[in-house]
Design a binder for this molecule. Structure first.
Ligand SMILES: Nc1ncnc2c1ncn2[C@@H]1O[C@H](COP(=O)(O)OP(=O)(O)O)[C@@H](O)[C@H]1O
Ligand SMILES: [Mg+2]
Length: 141
């Protein structure tokens, strides 16, 4: 995969395939930020990415802020959608999670609090197009 990577996606199947390809690059300590409006498929992508690591119960942490999964790798799955302030993130020890070199961190709605994101990360932006296809852009920052 070369960066920036851009693909138009026309089905859930194609999202699943992209998650598979992307999963091969992921290593312990990596961070993935996800940007895209409600319903663009951020959680769907994360679910399928996690499946590649034998995690079958990945789900939206919208109400929990953070889900922890243990599979072939350890994952911290954040969703910033309902976070009200940066302080709230600091209070739960965000940086302890992000600095855990044994885990992969994935953050939905990462653009709501850009200041807390690790500079080195993969950033995936999903946009919905007029023909209902989705454009996935993956950058390596
Ligand atoms: N590539 C896709 N093609 C069609 N539907 C999709 C695709 N990706 C996700 N969806 C559907 O879109 C809906 C919303 O996805 P979700 O992952 O919850 O969005 P988000 O987390 O961005 O709010 C889900 O019902 C999911 O099945
Ligand atoms: Mg979601």
């Amino acid at each position: 995969m070369q960066f920036p990577f851009v693909q138009n996606i026309y089905s859930e199947e194609e999202t699943i395939n992209l998650a598979k390809v992307f999963s091969l690059l992921l290593q312990k300590g990596d961070c993935v930020s996800l940007i895209g409006n409600l319903g663009t498929g951020k959680t769907f992508f994360v679910k399928n990415l996690c499946k590649e690591f034998l995690i079958d119960d990945a789900n939206s942490p919208t109400f929990a802020l953070l889900n922890v999964y243990l599979g072939k790798e350890k994952f911290f799955h954040f969703d910033f959608y309902r976070v009200r302030s940066e302080q709230e993130l600091l209070d739960i020890g965000l940086y302890d999670y992000l600095n855990d070199e044994e885990a992969v961190s994935i953050i939905e709605w990462a653009d709501l609090f850009p200041a807390v994101l690790p500079k080195k990360r993969y950033e995936i932006t999903i946009t919905l197009n007029d023909d209902f296809s989705r454009t996935f852009t993956i950058r390596k920052l």
